[in-house]
Design a protein around this ligand. Structure first.
Ligand SMILES: *Cc1c(COP(=O)(O)O)cnc(C)c1O
Length: 409
């Protein structure tokens, strides 16, 4: 039913699809790895949660590991299991609160989970009991150094760490924290968090409660080269970038350096070319009314694919290098663009929905600015209905659609 690789590729290219440049991604991983290594961070985790921010978790995870990432980061145990099911053997850390019922499977699949609350160990006890004799659950302890999202309070850290160490089914092997304001121009709170975390580590160390691996820093802190104090140099330090590896800027204050390249292009094709007469309206509610006769194109992409409905009458697409405004409302599966400035548009012509900004394409940052969100959400929103086409060395190496991932034979 699913079709061969070639059939699925032809079908994906013929309509809405996302092109993922794995060479750009690999290069970004290497660039970041080298930058971090120069500052004494021995290890790097590539964060591939939420389907690799929309870029496709399995192919990005594989590429990251091949390009030198030491660890992979995901948010849920299910995401880690998916990577294991696809043969990825690199260490994986689950960054978010854990699902107790999946703890046994996490242990059996060598997946590291986070303890970020003092109550979790009690809650997972019945599931720890089901872990086979020769297996343990690997855990990292997360400290809440000021973001107040997930992590144990510094005052609770030594009690929780001791419980973890005394639990026979648990191997306590890492200690970490997360910064709340690393993408901000002002680094005072970032420094505050670094010192709170450092103090906590220093309190745990003499009691033998600090494992040798400690990690910090998202993309923003990685790019800004947030520096850990020298007292932490006996530890193995790891950084955890996600967004930057996809070539996107953490914020206006922390732009992505030039050496990084964008990875994703979202494309579709004109599905109808027609003329709107002066005074005629477009799409639900007829919220756009033509001021003059306008050549329009309908494209098969909508909020059912992850194109935000707030882009109605605000966003734009690029056809033959021309900027083509979205007119009327974005529907679930379709939207209409003004292609009046495109020379000889025809049904089937390529339309770039999200690009790198060249040729009048709308970037994730452009879209985010229009709808009041961040670039993270724009790419992460791209749903599984949109096939991903993975490129390497100008060749398609894999296609992923609703039937799953298929690699080039
Ligand atoms: C998402 C996440 C990261 C990566 O953040 P980016 O801003 O994408 O680099 C790192 N650490 C934790 C705990 C996260 O949740």
């Amino acid at each position: 039913m699913a079709g061969t690789f070639a059939e699925r590729l032809v079908s994906a290219i013929a309509s809405t699809h996302a092109v993922i440049d794995l060479d750009a991604y690999a290069s970004n991983v290497q660039v970041m790895r080298n930058r971090l290594r120069k500052r004494g961070s021995e290890l790097m985790m590539a964060v591939v949660k939420a389907n690799a921010y929309g870029h496709g978790a399995v192919m990005c995870a594989r590429t990251a590991v091949d390009a030198g990432a030491d660890w992979l980061g995901v948010a849920r145990i299910e995401e880690a299991l998916l990577l294991r099911d696809h043969g990825i053997t690199a260490p994986i850390l689950v960054l978010g609160p854990l699902n107790p019922t999946l703890v046994t499977r996490a242990a059996q699949n060598d997946i590291t989970v986070t303890i970020g609350s003092p109550d979790t160990l009690d809650r997972i006890q019945p599931f720890l009991a089901q872990i086979p004799d020769d297996t343990m659950l690997d855990v990292h302890l997360k400290i809440d150094s000021g973001m107040h999202r997930f992590g144990v309070h510094p005052h609770e850290a030594s009690d929780v760490a001791r419980d973890l160490q005394e639990e026979p089914k648990v191997r306590y092997s890492g200690l970490y924290t997360h910064f709340a304001t690393a993408d901000d121009g002002d680094d005072s709170f970032l420094n505050e968090q670094i010192s709170r975390f450092t103090e906590t580590v220093m309190e745990l160390m003499p009691e033998g409660l600090a494992p040798s691996l400690i990690h910090v820093s998202n993309s923003a802190a990685s790019i800004r080269e947030a520096q850990l104090p020298d007292v932490l140099s006996p530890f193995t330090i790891m950084y955890r970038p996600g967004l930057a590896l996809y070539g996107m800027s953490p914020s206006g204050d922390v732009p992505i350096p030039n050496e990084f390249h964008r990875v994703l292009t979202l494309k579709t094709r004109l599905g109808r070319v027609f003329r709107l007469e002066k005074g005629e309206g477009v799409s639900y509610g007829l919220t756009h009314v033509a001021k003059h006769p306008t050549i329009c194109g309908t494209v098969p992409i909508g909020y059912g694919d992850g194109l935000d409905r707030h882009l109605s009458n605000r966003g734009w697409m690029s056809v033959k290098g021309r900027r083509c405004p979205i007119i009327g409302r974005v529907c679930m599966d379709q939207v209409v663009i003004d292609i009046n400035n495109v020379s000889q548009p025809e049904e089937g012509d390529e339309v770039i929905v999200i690009g790198d900004g060249r040729s009048n394409t709308m970037t994730p940052e452009d879209a985010a600015a229009k709808i009041g969100t961040i670039n993270y959400e724009v790419t992460t929103a791209i749903l599984p209905r949109v096939p991903r086409i993975y490129m390497s060395y100008e060749d398609v190496v894999a296609v992923e659609d609703l039937n799953g991932l298929v690699e080039k034979p």
